[in-house]
Design a protein around this ligand. Structure first.
Ligand SMILES: N[C@@H](CCC(=O)N[C@@H](CS)C(=O)NCC(=O)O)C(=O)O
Length: 210
């Protein structure tokens, strides 16, 4: 498999965690979202992914897949070992609920393209920071109330954690205060000691600038 990835991209980081939890290897093809206005906008990459975003995954069979939720579902179904979702239907829905909260209701609001649009409409950096902190705070408050009191979000590492850890990395990058979320802090501590999460971490990526 080939993974088109950027070291600090939240959505790429999700896919890297899912691959690592399943013990799968993918060749990394870095797409620098910043250099030269962003490699994601260059024709060669747009030909692969017309949306011009990472991640994208080329499967072992040669299929080009986009959108981290679709890629992660593909991995879960194609490689059922070390499942990200438990067998119980309600527990599956709980994992998916937290994943959707983060993937649909937090992350899209601080994506590079959205922040640049805000700047283009006249927002200054203080307003952009307020915007980011507001949406991440709203979302994490809900996640804190939804997850359990022991282990990862719902005990064993699962889909919710695949989404939460990259969101926390982004929150720290944007200097959002995480002190009000003790359950989330517990999950983060556990994940930072877990080999799969360590392997997927932005600091461990070859495309991270020195
Ligand atoms: N919903 C998409 C979001 C993809 C996305 O927004 N990726 C960001 C990086 S985390 C990106 O490529 N941004 C480039 C840009 O906005 O120009 C997914 O989960 O894959």
């Amino acid at each position: 498999m080939d993974l088109y990835t950027y070291y600090r991209s939240t959505s790429s980081y999700r896919v890297r965690i899912a691959l690592a939890l399943k013990g799968l290897e993918a060749r990394h093809i870095p797409v620098n979202l910043i250099a030269g206005g962003g490699e994601q906008h260059q024709p060669a990459y747009r030909a692969l992914n017309p949306q011009g975003r990472v991640p994208a995954l080329r499967s072992d069979e040669g299929a080009l897949l986009i959108q981290s939720p679709a890629i992660i579902e593909y991995l879960e179904e194609r490689y059922p070992q070390c499942p990200l979702l438990p067998s119980d239907l309600v527990e599956r829905a709980r994992q998916r609920g937290v994943a959707a909260l983060i993937g649909c209701d937090i992350h899209p609001l601080h994506n590079v393209a959205v922040l640049n649009r805000l700047r283009g409409l006249g927002a200054d950096e203080a307003q952009v920071q307020e915007w980011i902190g507001h949406w991440i705070g709203e979302g994490l408050r809900a996640v804190e109330a939804l997850i359990g009191d022991a282990g990862f979000c719902f005990g064993e590492p699962g889909l919710a954690d695949v989404y939460l850890l990259p969101q926390l990395y982004a929150a720290r990058r944007f200097a959002v205060d995480l002190a009000p979320y003790p359950r989330i802090a517990r999950v983060e501590r556990l994940a930072l000691e877990h080999p799969a999460f360590q392997k997927a971490h932005p600091d461990a990526q070859a495309d991270k600038p020195a």
